[in-house]
Design a protein around this ligand. Structure first.
Ligand code: NAP
Length: 251
C-alpha cells in the first residue's frame, strides 16, 4: 500500500490529445510529441495533408480525425475512438482556438459568442470529458492550456479573444486546486508567433511588438513546444501556472 502521506508523482503522459492540430503550433506539437515516443491523438475541423501524412506514417501511435471542438457529440466519439486505438488519454493540450481582428464595437454579437464558445466553453467541456474518463480509470494526468499574453496584457482588436485566454488562465489555477494530486494543470502563454492566426498583424504592429521585446525577436512555435514538452513529460512540481513565452515583451 502506498503511504497516503507520500506526495503523488506524476508519470509522463503516454497518450496526449492535441486539439487544433491541423497547422501552426498544434501541428508542431504533434510532431514534437511523436519524436518523444508519445502516442498522439489530434483533431481540427480540417485534417490537413500534413496531419494525414503523420497518421499514415505512424498508424499505431497516431489517431487523427476531423472534429469541431464545439460539437460535444463529435468530441465524445473522438475520445472513445482514441481510447480504443491508443489507450486512455493521460495528457490534454487545449490548443484549438480562433483569433480576432476587429474592434469590439465592430465585432458582431454572433462573432463574440463564437470566439467564447470555441476558445473557452468548448475547451472546458473537453477538459471535463477527458479528465472524467482518466479519473474513472484511477490514473493521473497532465493538462496544458495554450493561452496567450493577451490574457494578461491589453491589445486593441482582441477584446473577446483576450477574455477567453484570461478565462483559460484562471481556469488553469482552479483546475490545479480542484484536481490536486490527480492532475497537473498548467498553461503556456506565448507571445505573438507567425501562424495563420497572427497573419492579420501588419508590419507596423509587428515592429511595435519587436520594439517592446527585450530579446529583440518574436517567439516561434518551435520555442513553445519545449515548455509544453516539459509540462507533459518531465517530473516537475509546476502546477497551476501560466508560463509566459514571449522574450519578456509583456513584462
Ligand atoms: N499565433 C499567435 O501569435 C499566438 C499567440 C499566443 C497564443 N496563441 C494560441 O496558440 C494556439 C495555436 O494558435 P496558432 O497560431 O497555431 O493558430 P492557427 O494556425 O490558426 O491554428 C489554430 C488551430 O485550431 C483549429 N481550430 C480552430 N477552430 C476549431 C474548432 N472549432 N474545432 C477544432 N479545431 C479548431 C484550427 O484548425 P481548423 O481551422 O481546421 O479547425 C487549427 O488547427 C491557439 O490557442 C492560439 O490562441 C497564438
Amino acid at each position: 500500500m502506498p503511504d497516503p502521506g507520500t506526495p503523488p508523482v506524476f508519470p509522463p503522459s503516454s497518450v496526449v490529445l492535441v486539439s487544433g492540430a491541423s497547422r501552426g503550433l498544434g501541428l508542431a506539437m504533434v510532431e514534437g510529441l511523436l519524436a518523444e515516443g508519445v502516442k498522439v491523438a489530434a483533431f481540427a475541423r480540417t485534417v490537413t495533408p500534413e496531419l494525414e501524412a503523420l497518421a499514415e506514417k505512424h498508424p499505431d501511435v497516431v489517431h487523427v480525425d476531423s472534429v469541431d471542438i464545439t460539437d460535444q457529440v463529435a468530441c465524445k466519439a473522438f475520445v472513445k475512438a482514441v481510447e480504443a486505438h491508443l489507450g486512455v488519454i493521460d495528457g490534454l493540450v487545449n490548443n484549438a482556438a480562433i483569433g480576432q481582428d476587429s474592434l469590439h464595437v465592430h465585432t458582431s454579437p454572433e462573432r463574440i459568442e463564437q470566439i467564447i464558445e470555441t476558445n473557452l466553453t468548448a475547451p472546458l467541456i473537453l477538459t471535463r470529458l477527458v479528465l472524467r474518463r482518466l479519473l474513472a480509470k484511477g490514473k493521473r494526468g497532465r493538462l496544458v492550456n495554450v493561452t496567450s499574453i493577451c490574457g494578461r496584457r491589453g491589445y486593441p482588436g482582441l477584446v473577446a479573444y483576450s477574455a477567453t485566454k484570461g478565462g483559460m488562465d484562471a481556469a488553469t489555477r482552479s483546475l490545479a486546486r480542484e484536481f490536486s494530486g490527480r492532475v497537473l494543470a498548467n498553461a503556456v502563454a506565448p507571445g505573438f508567433f507567425a501562424s495563420e492566426m497572427s497573419a492579420v498583424l501588419g508590419q507596423t504592429e509587428l515592429d511595435q511588438i519587436l520594439r517592446r521585446t527585450p530579446s529583440g525577436r518574436l517567439t516561434t512555435a518551435e520555442e513553445v513546444f519545449p515548455v509544453v514538452r516539459m509540462l507533459l513529460l518531465e517530473t516537475t512540481n509546476i502546477n497551476g501556472q501560466s508560463l509566459v513565452i514571449d522574450g519578456a515583451g509583456s513584462i
